[in-house]
Design a protein around this ligand. Structure first.
Ligand code: FCB
Length: 449
């Protein structure tokens, strides 16, 4: 097929996150994180699963770099675990923790794989949670210190930095819906946490730039195109509110517009406390926007007391509406990715965009040592097609990271959901490339689909 190749300098990667793959939670001086606490609290995760061992990547990282070398990817997005670097959040620095990432970065560079490092992918040191966590302004200050420490050590070699992964999830799912650590259910606290996450992003940017010369700084947001369930005025307004709640609440301040007024009006006295200068700090210039895209959201008006008075379709309703759904119950819609990318380009015009996560969980079966995950190949292929279409219409899309390199600890779903292009046999820690890994290898090798 013509026109399906990607620019030569396109970044092809896979992505992971520290707590989801590393294990070794008590080794070499690592302190506990809120996800250790949460996953060890009965009833919080599927089957009581924890990240204690996960993919044992902390010990198997050399093999995992080799796995990526075999895949032929030219980039790897991973996160640094704050509690390995500073076990108590603040105070003493644990050099053994930094050493781990130092070695990993060197091995990646030797394999010609560019590291994209996320500083915060949700594993806040528990000691900071004990003092109020992200709802407490000090945590933003501590994040800047942590970012400074990490970039002093790695900033000579790592040139792509992502401050935060999905602050919407970290704040709203963690502090309002209570499904993620720290498991709170309070909208006011959640919005305060969101504000401090955003603030810490902007405040850290200058430390990153001075410690890591000529680096590129970005933030990763999980964005979803929102559609009304019907053409009723109530549903159309609900969709606008949901878009504000989920997307614009984070996009607008990062791109210098402050919090969207329509949503502020809705939140009323739930609005977070802010200080003069916060809006400007959050709007520190970025070099790229990271977008995690999984699914679109269809919304209808609701009378119940959800934060923005709307509800999203259930998985059954998506299926009834004709969508394929994944093992997560998420609707599949590659076309919505094109809509999302063009909308972001039109409304915010970031200098560059990377798709920092995209992928799907399906009920993979290991049969005779092989996993024929044709649904995942279709998902990835269709979404890469949409990404290619976005390039055609002028979206500055610079790269794509498949979520995930390998099956891993899927947060409250534990090990029950498999997103990897490589199958993780948790009993033996064997990594078994799925058919999708072979397919991705060809895509990457050929520079297109
Ligand atoms: C995203 C997370 C990532 C992974 C995928 C499936 O929200 O950033 O860690 O869990 O979802």
């Amino acid at each position: 097929m013509t026109g399906r190749t990607f620019p030569e300098q396109f970044v092809w990667g896979t992505a992971t996150a520290s707590y989801q793959i590393e294990g070794a939670v008590r080794e070499d001086g690592r302190g506990p994180s809120i996800w250790d606490t949460f996953s060890h609290t009965p009833g919080r995760t599927y089957n009581g699963d924890t990240g204690d061992v996960a993919c044992d990547h902390y010990h198997r990282w050399r093999d995992d770099v080799q796995l990526m070398r075999d895949l032929g990817v030219n980039a790897y997005r991973f996160s640094v675990a704050w509690p390995r670097v500073r076990p108590n959040g603040g105070g003493a620095i644990n050099s053994a923790g930094l050493d781990f990432y130092d070695r990993l970065v060197d091995a990646l560079l030797a394999a010609r794989i560019t590291p994209f490092v996320t500083l915060y992918h949700w594993d806040l040191p528990q000691a900071l949670q004990d003092r109020g966590g992200w709802a407490h302004r000090d945590t933003a200050e501590m994040f800047v210190e942590y970012a400074d420490i990490v970039t002093r050590r790695l900033g000579d070699r790592v040139k792509h930095w992502i401050t935060h992964n999905e602050p919407w999830v970290a704040s709203l799912i963690g502090h309002f819906e209570g499904i993620h650590a720290p498991g709170l259910r309070d909208l006011r606290v959640a919005l305060q946490a969101a504000h401090h996450l955003l603030l810490s992003h902007g405040m850290a940017a200058s430390a990153l730039r001075s410690n890591s010369t000529h680096c590129r700084v970005g933030i990763t947001l999980n964005l979803t195109p929102v559609k009304p369930a019907s053409d009723s005025q109530a549903d159309i307004e609900a969709a606008q509110r949901y878009d504000g709640f989920h997307n614009r609440w984070f996009l607008d301040p990062v791109f210098g517009r402050g919090y969207p007024e329509d949503v502020q009006a809705f939140y009323g006295n739930m609005m977070p406390e802010m200080q003069p200068g916060d809006a400007a700090a959050i709007a520190a210039p970025i070099d790229f926007l990271g977008i995690n895209y999984y699914f679109p959201t269809i919304v209808r008006a609701a009378r119940d007391a959800t934060p923005v008075a709307c509800e999203t379709l259930t998985t059954d309703e998506y299926a009834a509406a004709g969508y394929t759904t994944t093992a997560m119950g998420w609707p599949v819609d590659a076309g919505a990715l094109l809509e999302l990318l063009t909308r972001i380009q039109n409304d915010y015009a970031p200098p560059a965009i990377y798709i920092t996560e995209n992928g799907a969980a399906f009920d993979d079966q290991l049969v005779n040592g092989e996993v024929h995950d044709t649904q995942r190949i279709a998902y990835l292929s269709d979404h890469l097609g949409a990404a290619r279409d976005a390039l055609d219409v002028g979206v500055p899309l610079w790269g794509y990271f498949a979520w995930s390199l390998m099956d891993n600890f899927e947060w409250s779903f534990g090990y029950s959901k498999r997103f990897g292009i490589v199958y993780t046999d948790y009993a033996t820690q064997q990594r078994i490339p799925k058919a999708s890994a072979r397919w991705y290898q060809q895509v990457v090798g050929g520079g297109g689909i």
